[in-house]
Design a protein around this ligand. Sequence first.
Ligand SMILES: C[S@@+](CC[C@H](N)C(=O)[O-])C[C@H]1O[C@@H](n2cnc3c(N)ncnc32)[C@H](O)[C@@H]1O
Length: 209
Amino acid sequence: MPPRFSRLAARQLARPRGLLGGKAMDTLDRSNAGRIATCVEAAAPRKDATTADVGFGGGVGLRTLLDAGAGHVHGIELSSAARGRARKRFRAEIADGRLAVHEGTLQSMPLPDGTLDALISTNTVYFVPDLAPVATELARVLAPGGRAVLGIADSGRMREIGMPLHGFTLRPVDEIVEALTADGALRVVRRDQLDDIVDFTVLVLEPVT
Ligand SMILES: C[S@@+](CC[C@H](N)C(=O)[O-])C[C@H]1O[C@@H](n2cnc3c(N)ncnc32)[C@H](O)[C@@H]1O
């Protein structure tokens, strides 16, 4: 891909926007639906659980959490294009009070302490240069016994397959684990690697109580 297009594509992955944003989100939904379903399975929300998808992009994770029977889903996004798309696509679920769409990030979620039984966030950590505030925020919003499931593509594999990575912060999964558990507020309870084109890791964290 010529460098100019590669930069444009990377910008859409980091924060979908403008005319190309809809296409970028369609592609994200198509490519990541299976991986996101695996993350929702790992989060194992019980019926009526309060859940969130942080950085939901095209919104397939919101659909998957709703279909899994979660009682309430918080969709948290930095991108106004993604929030607008979710508000249109999930009008009925928002009206029913099953879904709320908020502006926010992994570092700052507009939720009270101890709100969430389960949270998923897939393909988002590459856009966070410093993970320490993410660890603090995840530990804050999770209820005791709650689970955060992060879905992370392998940085080496993303390079090998030629993904546009301009502006990404790429780290090995071990480094991400180290950063998220360093202050002792979170611990890893499960780590699986999918046998797919990006060696996708499903990392399950719980608050240390
Ligand atoms: C590559 S897309 C992934 C979307 C979706 N989770 C998926 O896996 O298909 C990254 C998403 O993360 C959002 N994002 C960017 N910075 C973020 C941050 N600091 N915290 C949470 N989400 C962020 C972007 O707006 C974008 O929608």
